[in-house]
Design a protein around this ligand. Structure first.
Ligand code: HEM
Length: 409
């Protein structure tokens, strides 16, 4: 492929049928021929080598807030609020904030979230078993809608202490707010997202006030308690970041579980290894994250002149780190496209890195580590309903998950 023929970032999305069918047919030549590439369409510098991606996501001196990027930084600016009439921390979540606000808000949130996750295995098991009870035996069913979609939403609802009678509404708001992840969403989708986000905001602000008066055993009460003990965090900042847990966590974990089941069914030898040695489950989840991670990219913005792989990068330049390409770099992972759960561990970058590394990683891992073994134990003969059918991947740019996964139990 000549340089001009290499794919632009807009072709590296599931809207392109070739990318949807096999992302690596496009990513491999990009990494081999032009691993540090100024994208001709978006203007972003796209990194596809593992070592470059890892170095950039780990570099805490870089910026994240798209407002600091050059005007044309379409990928970064498309997903974040650029309003400047309010403090940034009351406009955007930690996903896009820079220090000192980022550290100020992330610290208490991660402290409370990690403590909750550490004691949540039993509750995740209960939620997974409830989802398993809905699966019919002997007839084709869609694992995504019956299992992979509801589990993360119900888990986060339980962590946040959402009342049981609000769960149906909460699920609808969570699904609507996810539309914010799509930089190319339609006007109709934008309206749906705004409606869902407004409902969630009102719900969170009301619940924060209620928990301040009557604390419960949930993350919102934990956060209100930390505020009371001096954590410098306003209710508005808390509300925005509770929303970020839903937007960042639901679809991604849905896809981790869905992609995992699909990979295991397509690789029966690996599934047999896991069944024979259940202790391999953590390694299995890491290999799923590497081979078929739910998130394609993350971004940073140069805060000073940089050199990446010998190429100069100017301040304010937006940088796109292609996590999926990095996780299949043959320089780092032998036979990179094969799914091998006993692969010698090398850390993948599916959760990004550095200051912004996914705050929900321990929760996502826990959900997959519980959901996968329980599914295969309950339904030992689980199989693809149509083993040779072409899979349909969701057409959401920069995310990879199945539209449906038809199975027979
Ligand atoms: C398999 C599931 C998941 C994947 C693959 C994933 C992936 C990512 C990635 C790539 C980032 C950006 C990291 C960076 O720029 O270095 C991120 C950030 C984030 N994720 Fe996740 N995520 C997952 C699950 C979750 C869950 C369960 C939650 C919430 C409970 C969550 C909440 C967030 C938040 C709030 C951020 C922003 C963190 C920050 O910028 O400080 N994610 N995630």
């Amino acid at each position: 492929m000549s340089e001009a023929e290499l794919p632009s970032i807009l072709q590296l999305t599931p809207l392109n049928p070739d990318y949807q069918a096999d992302p690596h047919k496009l990513l491999d030549p990009l990494r081999a021929q032009c691993p540090v590439r100024k994208d001709p369409v978006s203007g972003s510098v796209v990194l596809s080598r593992y070592n470059d991606v890892r170095a950039i996501v780990s570099d805490r001196s870089l910026w994240r807030d798209p407002i600091n990027a050059e005007e044309g930084a379409m990928l970064q600016r498309g997903t974040a609020n650029l309003q400047t009439d309010q403090p940034r921390a009351e406009t955007i979540s930690i996903l896009h904030l820079d220090d000192p606000d980022h550290a100020r808000i992330r610290q208490p949130l991660s402290q409370a979230l990690y403590a909750r996750v550490a004691k949540f295995r039993g509750e995740v098991e209960r939620i997974v078993d409830e989802a398993l009870d809905r699966i019919p035996e002997g007839e084709p069913f869609d694992l995504m809608s019956l299992f992979c979609v509801p589990i993360p939403i119900d888990v986060i609802a339980s962590i946040l202490g959402v009342d049981h009678d609000r769960l149906v509404e909460f699920r609808a708001w969570s699904e609507g707010s996810i539309l914010g992840l799509n930089p190319f969403r339609t006007e109709e989708q934008t309206a749906q997202m705004e409606w869902a986000s407004a409902q969630l905001s009102a719900y969170f602000l009301k619940t924060i006030a209620e928990r301040r008066v009557a604390p419960g055993d949930d993350l919102i009460s934990d956060m209100v308690k930390l505020q009371g003990e001096g954590a410098p965090l306003s209710d508005e900042e808390l509300r925005i970041n509770l929303g970020a847990l839903l937007v960042g966590g639901n679809l991604t974990t849905t896809d981790l579980i869905g992609n995992g089941v699909y990979l295991l069914l397509k690789n029966p030898g690996e599934l047999a290894k896991l069944k024979a040695d259940p202790g391999l489950i953590n390694a299995t989840v890491e290999e799923i994250l590497r081979v078929e991670g739910p998130v394609d990219i993350t971004g940073r913005i140069a805060s000073s002149p940089l050199e990446i792989g010998g190429c100069p990068v100017a301040p304010k330049q937006s940088i796109t780190t292609f996590l999926r390409a990095a996780n299949h770099d043959p320089e780092v992972f032998e036979d990179p496209h094969s799914f091998n759960i006993s692969r010698k561990h090398k850390p993948h970058v599916a959760f990004g890195g550095g200051a912004h590394i996914c705050i929900g990683a321990p929760l996502a891992r826990l959900e997959a580590q519980v959901a996968l073994p329980r599914l295969f134990a309950r339904f030992p003969n689980l199989r693809l309903a149509e083993p040779d059918a072409q899979m349909e991947w969701r057409k959401l740019p920069f995310f990879r998950g199945l539209e449906t996964l038809m199975l027979v139990a």
